[in-house]
Design a protein around this ligand. Structure first.
Ligand code: SF4
Length: 59
């Protein structure tokens, strides 16, 4: 599973990084998504909570 992030849509609300900090994180100033750090259902749940629709799951 892969999650893509649309920088132009992201409102930096921080829902993703607060919910799953091991998956959604900023490393060296870059936003990184490591889907291997949580189970798939958890990742999908957070993607669906993104208030701006900036996250999308690719199966
Ligand atoms: S939850 Fe969505 S809007 Fe908020 S920081 Fe993450 S990607 Fe951006």
């Amino acid at each position: 599973m892969q999650v893509i992030w649309d920088q132009n849509k992201c409102s930096h609300a921080g829902v993703c990084v607060r919910s799953l900090p091991n998956v959604f994180k900023v490393v060296d100033g870059q936003f990184v998504i490591d889907t291997a750090k949580a189970i798939e259902d958890e990742v999908v749940s957070v993607v669906n909570q993104c208030p701006s629709g900036a996250l999308q799951v690719l199966k």
